[in-house]
Design a protein around this ligand. Sequence first.
Ligand SMILES: [Zn+2]
Length: 157
Amino acid sequence: MDFITTAKRSRNMRAIKSSSNTTTEMRFRALLIRNRVAGWRVRPKNVLGCPDFYFSSRLVAVFVDGCFWHCCPKCGHTPKANRRYWTKKLEQNKQRDICINKLLRSQGIKLVRIWECELRAAPQSCLKRLLRTLDTVASPRKLHRIPDVLAAKFPRR
Ligand SMILES: [Zn+2]
């Protein structure tokens, strides 16, 4: 299995770090544009965890996760060289994702996490998942109507 030399592997690692997630993000961005999905921003600094895409009017955050860096259960792996370093590093990434998920949810933000491999193999199902999430979230206009309903139920004296 281990036919790659260490030098080549570290070159691979650098390649993964520098380009893989950018490519995945660009692929998802193209998917949104092609399907005329609007209302998103890329990596807004004011949103915790700086999601790859953010729909502010719907409070939906999308993360497009690289399989290696975010430990995809299907194709993530720990490199054999410097195993201890990588185990720790990847575990930290995983914990960070869990923490961000929790914090965003606690702010009422819905999450869509898409794996790099999933996006490559089935872009349409990734898109569907996003659209479903966007649909299930009440638009802010609807949210604003709720107090009126309550007001009607409990009129002021
Ligand atoms: Zn994967």
